[in-house]
Design a protein around this ligand. Structure first.
Ligand code: ZN
Ligand code: ZN
Length: 270
């Protein structure tokens, strides 16, 4: 099995995969079936839309798992500009190689990752320069799919005649499933909102925390700090999702990505 393929052999990855399939199956074949019926036009239209969303969620999930998050080219050597934007250590003390700006060493992957965001247990991979778009789009699709599943679940509950239902197993299942799907929707929405914030500011999760520290240090010495890679909300979005808006939602449309070792920055604010 290839190194990439081995990333699938992980309990959390299999758990995410099973969860997507479970929520999709339950939404379509239990609640939508019960609410509108799969033979009716509104029923089949909803089933089609949810199938499309679930497929896109799975596709972007696989892209996140399989895409290399970004390794430092062996020929990399820092240029003169380097020290201006990166005050931290220039060399990785574990890889013994130069670190480009925004690169961090991941202890789980045991190597340096370009524009590292965080190591994600659920994809058994780092989120970095090459797979951040796939990750962002995955969280977006998963959030929309989860909200959609919650709407179908609640709509089904509202039209059900509960008094005529004998036995409690269906009720228990609905309570457990409802808690799970509502909890999932809230978690995903918050997480997606967080990454929208980071994208609008062209920040990685690591840089957000580093920036807080830098802001505090700057404030103490009476100066102001601005994240050097924040070059305006729209430009920040195009750097991550691409210049063509029609390709923003395609996790594999990443031809706009470059080598990941240099980034446009606010030159006069260092
Ligand atoms: Zn390293
Ligand atoms: Zn990692």
């Amino acid at each position: 099995m290839s190194t990439k393929g081995k990333r699938f052999v992980s309990l959390p990855v299999l758990a995410v995969f099973s969860l997507i399939i479970f929520v999709y199956y339950t939404s379509v074949f239990v609640f939508l079936h019960d609410w509108l019926g799969l033979q009716s036009s509104p029923g089949s239209l909803n089933a089609f839309l949810l199938t499309l969303l679930a497929s896109l969620t799975l596709f972007s999930f696989f892209s996140c798992v399989l895409t290399d998050p970004g390794h430092v080219p062996s020929s990399y050597a820092p240029d003169v500009e380097f020290s201006k934007y990166n005050s931290e250590q220039k060399k990785c003390d574990k890889c013994f190689a130069y670190k480009p700006p925004r690169t961090h060493h991941c202890r789980v992957c045991r190597r340096c990752i370009l524009k590292m965001d965080h190591h994600c247990l659920w994809i058994n991979n780092c989120v970095g320069y090459w797979n951040y778009k796939a990750f962002f789009v995955f969280v977006l699709y998963a959030t929309v799919a989860s909200i959609y599943s919650t709407v179908i679940f609640i709509s089904c509950l509202l039209q059900k005649d509960w008094d005529s239902i004998k036995g409690s197993s269906l009720k228990i299942f609905c309570i457990l499933y409802g808690t799970m799907v509502v909890g999932l929707t809230m978690t995903l929405s918050t997480f997606f909102g967080w990454h929208v914030y980071l994208t609008l500011h062209n920040m990685t999760t690591i840089e957000y925390y580093e920036g807080n520290r830098a802001k505090w240090l700057a404030m103490k010495s009476g100066q102001s700090y601005r994240h050097p890679f924040n070059i305006g909300a729209y430009k920040n979005i195009t750097l991550i999702l691409g210049p063509n808006m029609l390709k923003w939602l395609c996790p594999t449309a990443v031809s706009h990505l470059k080598d990941g070792v240099s980034f446009p920055a606010l030159r006069d604010n260092s």
